[in-house]
Design a protein. Structure first.
Length: 442
């Protein structure tokens, strides 16, 4: 089986982002594979632990992609603090065609477009895919999963997760996909105090979840216990309509949001200071006025660090993105752009960013506690990836074994799903498949 088909059949997604099916990125025309181990946001240590524990598997995954796509080199990209903990230097040869690339400790270095520029000096034309710049980017865990599929025919049923925040000890563990967050916290004696929330993902771009109902997804990078009264969490509760109204009246047009925007500094035509003064009604009639909003990576620098008026350009741009999506519009450039000469001096140090959003005091290097698999039930969602949701192929009440296919990929961009534990199936609302252990399962 060709690697691309094997990746699809194994259910491999981008493990560190929005969940783009990994097979969809594998294409001819690239000369460089970038392995994203930047751990873009504060408090995250999943990739560090994975590299410490499973470097040979990650290297094996890299080699498989290099061979399949006829790519001449790979750069394993990590921030400076990660390189020091791995005791590796910039330029270290990890294997044939594979070299370590050390990135500065700045935010948001894990953003794909920023990563490509920092590692290769190439700028992806705005709105274009990395392959147009001769680059393919995969997350560290994605490469680990590719190696597991190639070497052992393993399907994606497990997830590496950081559990951190305002808890006594930060940990990284590996658990079945679909594990209830409440059960995972109980197993690790983690409680959620009054006035705290649980965030799935990083503190800057993650989302607040209900820990009593949420489960670990293929895209879950971290689970963070954070107080509601820090800037990171407060921004997650901003009302989009109110942000729009405030922006239209309070913006002083200082341009700091644009001056600090990581994508704007790479030459992208993204100008948040203009967008916050654009009337929402006018945009409904002429969405092309703000089409460059689709270039925003959602890092939040404009909102939490740049703005002196308490405005959230990010929230405004998010509203525009929704409007543009409904109109099936996105910005795609046909010409190259020029990087701003001041970019180097306007990048935000990771330590400063952690302080700005209020999480620096919770930063503890995570300890690996091994696999945790003894859970009574899991819930496998049919939509854990970009594209069409998976299609159920098991029946209500059927008993399944761990690793058994329970949902097939749909037409177009899609992926199958596999049972992460053995047990009895319950189909719930056509949205997810619940699996409960039964007495004869071990």
């Amino acid at each position: 089986m060709e690697l691309k088909e094997l990746m699809k059949e194994s259910g491999i997604v981008g493990a560190g982002g929005a969940g783009f099916p990994a097979y969809g990125k594998l294409a001819d025309g690239a000369d460089t594979l970038l392995v994203n181990g930047a751990e873009c946001e504060p408090l995250l240590y999943t990739d560090l632990i994975l590299l410490q524990k499973e470097m040979p598997m990650v290297i094996a995954g890299i080699k498989a992609v290099l061979d399949a796509a006829n790519i001449s080199r790979a750069l394993l990209c990590v921030k400076d603090h990660t390189a020091k903990r791995l005791k590796l230097a910039d330029g270290t040869r990890l294997a044939d065609k594979i070299v370590l690339k050390v990135l500065p400790d700045v935010y948001p270095m894990g953003d794909e477009i920023s990563l490509i520029y920092e590692a290769t000096g190439r700028v992806v034309r705005p709105g274009n895919l990395p392959i147009t710049a001769g680059v393919i980017v995969y997350n560290v865990e994605t490469l680990y999963n590719i190696a597991a599929a190639v070497k052992f025919s393993t399907k994606v049923t497990m997830k590496w997760v950081t559990i951190a925040g305002d808890i006594p000890e930060a940990i990284v563990t590996r658990v079945p996909i679909g594990t209830p967050v409440a059960a995972l916290f109980e197993k690790n004696s983690i409680t959620i105090p009054e006035g705290y929330v649980v965030v799935d993902g990083g503190p800057s771009m993650g989302k607040v979840i209900d820990p009593e109902r949420a489960v670990v997804m293929k895209t879950t990078k971290a689970l963070l216990v954070l107080p509601k009264n820090i800037p990171a969490v407060e921004s997650m509760f901003l009302d989009g309509d109110k942000s729009f109204a405030r922006a239209e009246t309070a913006c002083c047009q200082c341009t700091r949001c644009t001056d600090m925007c990581p994508r704007a500094l790479l030459g992208y035509p993204l100008e948040p200071h203009k967008m916050v003064r654009t009337a929402k009604g006018a945009v409904t009639v002429m969405p092309e006025m703000v089409i460059s909003a689709t270039l925003c990576c959602g890092c939040g620098i404009c909102e939490t660090l740049a703005c002196c008026q308490g405005i959230s350009p990010r929230a405004v741009i998010s509203q525009y993105k929704g409007l543009l999506a409904k109109n099936k519009m996105r910005y795609v450039a046909k010409a190259d752009v020029e990087v701003a000469p001041e970019r180097e001096w306007r990048m935000v140090p990771s330590e400063r960013w952690a302080n700005v959003i209020g999480v620096a005091k919770f930063d503890k290097v995570a300890k690996f506690v091994g696999e945790q698999t003894d859970f009574d039930s899991v819930e496998i969602y049919l939509r854990q990836h970009i594209g069409a949701p998976s299609v159920t192929i098991v029946a209500d009440g059927e008993e399944v074994q761990r690793g058994q296919k329970i949902a097939e990929s749909a037409e177009g961009l899609s992926l199958p799903q596999y049972a992460s534990i053995a047990g009895r199936v319950t189909i719930e609302d056509g949205v997810k498949i619940r699996i409960d252990k039964v007495n004869n399962n071990v």
